[in-house]
Design a protein around this ligand. Structure first.
Ligand SMILES: Nc1ncnc2c1ncn2[C@@H]1O[C@H](COP(=O)(O)OP(=O)(O)OP(=O)(O)O)[C@@H](O)[C@H]1O
Length: 302
C-alpha cells in the first residue's frame, strides 16, 4: 500500500461529504493519493464514485469537509492545466475532426504534448481526419481519452473509462493508459470491473455508501477477506442456516443458485460442511477480487 508522507499529496479528500436531499452520496471520504500512484476507485452502482470525482475536479462543492489537488483548490489546479479528465456521457462536438478537437483542447493547456503524440497514444492515427460525430462508441471513447491526456497533465482522472467498450477495445484502452503512465503520471480511475482494477492499478480503493471500506493492492484486499472460497450448489433449495458459524467462514454469499463461503481455512470449512450431509458440486478455489469485493460490500446472508 502506498501512502504520502511529507510531500504534498496529489489528491486529498478529508472528511468530504456531499448530500443531495436525504441521500448522502459521499459520506465522510478520507483518501490521500501520492504522485505517480495508479489508483482504482472500485464500487457498485450508486457507491459515490462519480460524485467523488465531481468534487475532485471542482465541478461540485462538498457539503462538508475538504478536497485538495496538489495542495490547492480543485478549481485552481484544473485551471493551471494540471488535471486531465475523462467523464461519463460526454456528447460529441458536431462537425469538427478528431485532430481539430484534440488540437483545440491542447491549445487551452500551458504545456500540452504534441497533438500527433496524443493521437498516437490514444490509438487514433487512422481516425485523425474523421468527424467526431461519426465515430463508433469505442472510437469516441478513444477521442475522450486523447482529450484527457493531450494537456500532459500531472493527474489523469477517468470516470468508468471502459464502460460500454467490448473486450478488444478495453484491452487496447488499458494498453494506451499504461503507455501514458510510464511517464510517471498519477491516475485515478473508477470502475465496476473488478479484475480490471486489479490488473491496471497499484492500489484499489473500494468505496461503498460514500465511504472507503478497503484500501490496498488487489492482493491485500483478497487477503483481508480470506484467501479461499468454498462453494456448492443449492439445487433449488434455500440456503441452509448456520453456514456463517462453520469453522473458518468469514462471509456467506448466495449467487446463481450457489452458496459461496469465504473462508480462512478451506479444509476445516469443507470438512464441517460434509459432516452436515450430502453436498452437491463442492468446489474449493482461491478467491478472486470479484469475490472479495462482494464480501466487502454485501450484507451477510446468513
Ligand atoms: N445530482 C444528484 N441529485 C440527487 N442524487 C444524486 C445526484 N448525484 C448522485 N446522486 C445519488 O448519490 C448516490 C451516489 O451516486 P454516484 O453517481 O456518485 O455513484 P457511482 O458510484 O458513480 O454510481 P455508478 O457506478 O452507477 O455510476 C446515488 O444514490 C445517486 O442516486
Amino acid at each position: 500500500m502506498t501512502r504520502t508522507h511529507g510531500a504534498t499529496a496529489t489528491v486529498a479528500f478529508a472528511g468530504a461529504v456531499r448530500t443531495f436531499g436525504d441521500v448522502q452520496a459521499v459520506a465522510g471520504l478520507d483518501l490521500t493519493i501520492g504522485s505517480g500512484e495508479r489508483v482504482a476507485l472500485l464500487g457498485r452502482n450508486g457507491a459515490g464514485k462519480s460524485t467523488s470525482i465531481s468534487l475532485l475536479l471542482g465541478l461540485d462543492e462538498p457539503t462538508a469537509g475538504q478536497v485538495r489537488l496538489f495542495g490547492d483548490t480543485p478549481q485552481r489546479a484544473v485551471r493551471a492545466g494540471r488535471v486531465g479528465a475523462m467523464l461519463q456521457d460526454t456528447k460529441p462536438v458536431p462537425r469538427v475532426t478528431v485532430r481539430e478537437l484534440v488540437a483545440f483542447v491542447a491549445s487551452t493547456y500551458p504545456k500540452p504534448m504534441p497533438v500527433d503524440g496524443a493521437l498516437a497514444l490514444a490509438g487514433l492515427d487512422e481516425l485523425a481526419n474523421r468527424r467526431v460525430d461519426r465515430l463508433s462508441g469505442g472510437q469516441a471513447q478513444r477521442v475522450n481519452f486523447a482529450v484527457a491526456l493531450v494537456g500532459d497533465p500531472d493527474l489523469l482522472v477517468l470516470d468508468e473509462p471502459t464502460a460500454a467498450l467490448d473486450v478488444a477495445a478495453r484491452r487496447s484502452f488499458w494498453a494506451s493508459m499504461h503507455a501514458f503512465t510510464q511517464r510517471g503520471r498519477t491516475v485515478l480511475f473508477s470502475t465496476h470491473y473488478l479484475e480490471e482494477a486489479d490488473q491496471n492499478a497499484d492500489r484499489v480503493v473500494v468505496i461503498d455508501q460514500g465511504r472507503v471500506i478497503a484500501d490496498g493492492s488487489g492482493t491485500d484486499i483478497k487477503q483481508a477477506v480470506g484467501a479461499s472460497l468454498v462453494s456448492f450448489d443449492l439445487q433449488g433449495r434455500p440456503a441452509p442456516a448456520g453456514l456463517a458459524s462453520l469453522p473458518g467462514v468469514l462471509s456467506v454469499t448466495v449467487l446463481d443458485g450457489r452458496v459461496r463461503l469465504r473462508t480462512a481455512d478451506s479444509d476445516a470449512t469443507a470438512h464441517a460442511l460434509a459432516q452436515r450431509g450430502p453436498v452437491r458440486g463442492l468446489e474449493v478455489t482461491s478467491a478472486g477480487l470479484e469475490d472479495a469485493f462482494l464480501a466487502l460490500t454485501s450484507a451477510p446472508s446468513d
